[in-house]
Structure formats: structure tokens, C-alpha cells
Design a protein around this ligand. Structure first.
Ligand SMILES: Cc1ncc(C[n+]2csc(CCOP(=O)(O)OP(=O)(O)O)c2C)c(N)n1
Ligand code: SF4
Ligand SMILES: [Mg+2]
Length: 341
């Protein structure tokens, strides 16, 4: 097996080079996530699985932590996966990625497998990734000798067990663990965990971290392709509208994803070998070429925020304004430089 050394990033095994697709007409028809699943109508996480598998292609092994994308995709004797797939425990997306990539590397080195680049993708939900499996992902991103992608699909709740609040749930959202009541209208007072930026900032040897949204499908696929080509452990965080948990008509999934970007709640960016770049509409917002839409347009389309009064909307808007106007890196790094003591 051939190994390459990249200055500052150690040794890694060669990867498949997956060039970006320039527009939807260049995207192949082959599917590797097909029929045979039971996800809800309009499930953007299922859409992400389909795009991720298509972007990676046939020489891919997919690992999946417990959650909707495991349970709904593996009914007994029926699965949509047309590539090798394995379930892993809820908090283990990181360990499964490292273990599988290390196993492949060892088998190839010993001549027990053909020496060829094979993509390893390990996915997890926000409960499994941003909360329970954060330490395993952190460890995986430090093992720079193994190539893999950890893809976190974020439907902003523990959806599979009936929409419990997670560290990635938005402020004030109605979940089964944060139902608004007469005494307390807002039960989830935490601001959404800033997972992608935290992982990028905390793992300087990791060559690739990105955020995506499937309302921009070609863009999302190209980020998967870039992550798999660059070598070493990589991480992508996708915001996935979930009709059941967010409480809206399934036909609006794409619109809601787009609104999340346009209101500035969900900044699209990538950190490539230490260099940060915004992409899509987020770049235009950053450059002042696109005005952020009021967050009310996003919130009021979803039943999970139906209990919001003007004060809550104003608070939410104020927090997003702060992200773009006061953060050290707008929408990405939350602290500002303090005065020297
Ligand atoms: C250690 C452990 N605790 C709890 C569960 C029960 N459980 C299964 S799926 C799930 C929700 C996972 O949420 P998330 O990772 O966000 O994925 P989603 O269901 O939203 O797709 C939970 C709590 C479990 N399988 N394992
Ligand atoms: S609950 Fe949400 S994430 Fe789970 S299958 Fe349904 S739409 Fe998808
Ligand atoms: Mg979830």
C-alpha cells in the first residue's frame, strides 16, 4: 500500500481522488442508497444518506451509529444500502471509523486484501455525535494515519426515540423533553452546540471539516467527495430538516434548509488544512452581498416554535445577529479577542 507524507500532517494512505461535480448534469445516475427504507416522507437525513453514498461511489464501506438512519434503514431482511454497511453503537461513530480504516490498512499491508483505496464513512446523529460520541470523534480526528469521513446528520433532536432535546436542539424548541408549559414557556434555554467549529479548532491536524445542507445537494456531495479525497480523518456536519421533529408539512424540507442558510442560523463553511472558507449563500452574507432574512420567517414555519412570542423571536434574532456581527470569525468562532491583562 502506498503512503504519502504531507508536510505537517504525517503519513496517510492514498485515497480515491473524487473530483467535484460541476453541476447536477454531471452527477451519475447510480444509487447506493436505494429503496427499502422506512424513513418519514420528506426526511432530509435520508436524502443526505442517498447523496453521501452517491458521492462516495461503489468502493465504500458505510458505518452507522444508532438513530433514525440506522433503525429506519435496516428493517429485518430489507435495506436500502447497496454498499457494505455496518451498525455501530450510539456513541461509537468515531471508534468505528478509526477501527475500520485501521483494519483495512492492516489487511492490505499483510497482503490479505487487494491494495486499493476504499472510502470509509461513519455517520451519526446529533445525539450520537455532538453529545454522546463526541470523545470518540475527537480521538478519531487525532489519528491522522487513517482515512475516513465522520458525517454527522443533525436533525436537532434524539429523533429515533421520539424527539428528545439534544445539545444540538435550537433554543426554545418544543421537544418531548422540553415541552412548553403554562409556567415555563421556554424549556430548552441552551444555544445550539457549535460542533463543526469546535472540532475544527480543537483538532489542528485534521485536514477537513465542513458544514453542509442537502437543500444544496450538489454542493453537499462535493464536500463529501473533497473530504474523502483529502486524506486523514475528516468531519462534515449537515443540518437536516426533519418533518416529524420540527413539525411541518414534509413538502417544505428543502425550503426550510434554505431558510436556515438565508437567515444565518446555519453558516456553510469548510476548514481545509487550517484555512477557513465560507461557501454558498453564507459567503454572500459574509461579503455583504446578501442580506440575512429575519429568523422569524424560519421559526414560524415550524410547529416546534409555535409557542414563541415576540420576545422569544427577538431573543433568537439577537443571538444570530451576535453570531455574524460580534464573533471573532462570523458564524464560526464565538469569542472575541479580550483586552490583554
Ligand atoms: C447507549 C445508548 N443509549 C440510548 C440509546 C437509545 N437510543 C437509540 S437511538 C437514540 C436517539 C439518537 O439520536 P441521534 O443520534 O440524534 O439520531 P436520530 O435518532 O436523531 O437520527 C437513542 C437515545 C441507545 N441505543 N444506546
Ligand atoms: S423522525 Fe426525522 S430524522 Fe427520523 S426518519 Fe423521520 S424525518 Fe427522518
Ligand atoms: Mg438527531
Amino acid at each position: 500500500m502506498s503512503e504519502t507524507t504531507v508536510e505537517g500532517f504525517g503519513e496517510f494512505v492514498e485515497t480515491q481522488v473524487l473530483d467535484a461535480w460541476k453541476g447536477p448534469k454531471k452527477v451519475p445516475h447510480e444509487e447506493f442508497f436505494t429503496s427499502g427504507h422506512r424513513t418519514c416522507q420528506g426526511c432530509e437525513s435520508a436524502q443526505l444518506m442517498k447523496l453521501m453514498a452517491k458521492a462516495a461511489g461503489p468502493r465504500t464501506i458505510i458505518l452507522g451509529a444508532t438513530g433514525c438512519m440506522y433503525v429506519a434503514n435496516t428493517t429485518y431482511y430489507s435495506t436500502p444500502w447497496a454498499v457494505p454497511w455496518m451498525h455501530t453503537q450510539l456513541g461509537s461513530a468515531g471508534s468505528a471509523a478509526t477501527g475500520t480504516a485501521a483494519g483495512l490498512k492492516a489487511l492490505m499491508r499483510k497482503g490479505k486484501m487487494k491494495d486499493e483505496p476504499i472510502n470509509v464513512i461513519s455517520f451519526c446523529g446529533d445525539g450520537g455525535g455532538a453529545d454522546m460520541g463526541l470523545s470518540a470523534i475527537s480521538a478519531a480526528l487525532q489519528h491522522t494515519e487513517y482515512n475516513h469521513l465522520i458525517l454527522m446528520y443533525d436533525n436537532e433532536s434524539y429523533a429515533n426515540t421520539d424527539i428528545q432535546v439534544s445539545g444540538s436542539s435550537p433554543y426554545g424548541a418544543h421537544t418531548t423533553f422540553s415541552a412548553p408549559g403554562k409556567v415555563q414557556r421556554i424549556m430548552n434555554r441552551r444555544w445550539k452546540k457549535n460542533t463543526a467549529a469546535m472540532l475544527a479548532a480543537g483538532h489542528p491536524d485534521c485536514k477537513y471539516v465542513a458544514t453542509v445542507c442537502t437543500s444544496n445537494p450538489v454542493d453537499a456531495m462535493n464536500h463529501v467527495r473533497k473530504a474523502l479525497s483529502i486524506g486523514g480523518p475528516t468531519f462534515i456536519h449537515s443540518l437536516d430538516p426533519c418533518p416529524k421533529g420540527w413539525d411541518y408539512d414534509p413538502r417544505y424540507s428543502h425550503e426550510l434548509g434554505e431558510l436556515a442558510i438565508e437567515t444565518g442560523i446555519w453558516p456553510l463553511y469548510e476548514v481545509v488544512e487550517g484555512e477557513l472558507k465560507m461557501h454558498g449563500k453564507s459567503r454572500r452574507i459574509l461579503r455583504g452581498q446578501l442580506k440575512r432574512k429575519p429568523v422569524e420567517e424560519y421559526l414560524m414555519r415550524q410547529g416546534r416554535f409555535a409557542h414563541f412570542v415576540q420576545e422569544d423571536i427577538d431573543y433568537f434574532q439577537g443571538k444570530i445577529d451576535q453570531m455574524w456581527e460580534e464573533w471573532l470569525i462570523p458564524g464560526v468562532i464565538p469569542f472575541s479577542a479580550g483586552e490583554e491583562s
